[in-house]
Design a protein around this ligand. Structure first.
Ligand code: AVI
Length: 335
């Protein structure tokens, strides 16, 4: 007989496994992007099963400093963060895009070690990831109250507003904000703000401006994992939208603009070619060396991040840096 285990509750607001098992939305977004004079594809579609595994590998690459830097920030400042979160008593710790919660675990240890009163609400679009995380948490931090939510961020925040009254501390780590366009990040932060109340807080991870060579290496690693991650988008379109991209006829190209602070990734067509995407009802022509823009990863200055927060109704409270001041978790409050 197995050992009886208590299951953590899990709320399933969406049954989609990743950014878009909603094929019609995927087909529409792909068609819209590839019809532009300057072709684009949205980076949120990187994360199918293979893409998520490749991203895990990216986070371990020697060149990809972001994850290690944020782990350092959290390890060094977890007790101070725990104090600031719990100043006003009990709170819900809401982890947007929790995934395997590798980073949040450090924070959870800091909070649990100081006997702070809170519960943990990881939010992710992947039901599998949330089940796995709940199981791991049960084993590693059995005292912790966990209620995982499977769904989109705003769906989850709305559910929380209706079902879990009380103070909220929202985590948006990993410099995920950097993958939005400037107007999208403002809209995103304003939407988050609309679900929060005075006394609530937001801890947001941001990658900071630094030597352009360091940034470029992080998105153009020697072992080619980032290239595979980028090219996987074409494999995904082939598989899910019945397309015939010859993936080996495209190459990964990354470039950093130090004036804008934007890292841009492209897929470049190595030859003139035509691609048919059946489920999008589209034939796309590529000239030789024509490119598809697939991702932006913004790098910030602290004044920029603080101003972005202020514009969206947040008051910058504390900036936590890594040792090299190349990455920061910025704590915002709502007055
Ligand atoms: C998820 N996001 C913050 C990563 C980044 O650094 O922009 C995605 C990534 N793209 C290429 N490498 C990593």
């Amino acid at each position: 007989m197995g050992i009886p285990t208590t299951q953590f509750p899990m709320i399933e607001l969406s049954r989609r496994q990743d950014g878009s098992n909603d094929i019609s939305a995927f087909a529409r977004d792909v068609a819209e992007g590839l019809r532009q004079p300057r072709k684009t594809l949205p980076s949120r579609y990187f994360y199918d099963g293979t893409g998520s595994r490749l991203f895990q590998q990216i986070m371990e690459l020697p060149e990809y400093y972001l994850t290690r830097s944020e782990l350092e920030v959290l390890t060094q400042h977890k007790y101070e963060m725990a104090q600031l979160f719990s100043r006003r008593g009990f709170f819900h710790l809401i982890d947007l895009g929790a995934g395997d919660a590798l980073k949040t675990r450090i924070l959870l240890q800091g909070l649990s070690g100081q006997q702070k009163e809170f519960d943990y609400v990881p939010v992710d679009i992947s039901g599998d990831a949330m089940r796995q995380l709940s199981d791991n948490m049960r084993q590693q931090l059995p005292q912790l109250q966990v209620e995982a939510v499977v769904g989109e961020y705003f769906q989850a925040l709305e559910w929380l507003q209706e079902n879990k009254p009380g103070r909220k501390v929202v985590l948006f780590l990993g410099s995920n904000i950097g993958n939005f366009k400037p107007d999208e990040s403002i809209n995103f932060l304003r939407s988050i703000r609309s679900y929060l109340s005075p006394g609530d807080q937001l801890l947001m991870g941001v990658d900071l401006r630094k030597d352009p060579a360091t940034i470029l290496r992080a998105y153009n690693d020697a072992s080619g994992v980032t290239a595979a991650f980028n090219l996987n988008l074409l494999h995904r379109i082939n598989r899910e939208l019945d397309a015939n991209f010859k993936v080996d006829q495209f190459s990964h190209h990354a470039m950093y603009n130090p004036q804008e602070g934007v890292m841009r990734s492209f897929l470049v067509s190595k030859a003139e070619q035509e691609v048919y995407i059946q489920k999008a009802g589209l034939t796309v022509h590529f000239d030789s060396w024509e490119a598809i823009h697939t991702e932006n990863s913004c790098k910030y200055t602290i004044p920029q991040v603080e101003e972005m927060g202020r514009q969206c109704g947040f008051r910058p409270e504390t900036v936590f840096y890594d040792n090299r001041q190349g990455f920061a978790d910025v704590l915002f409050s709502i007055d």
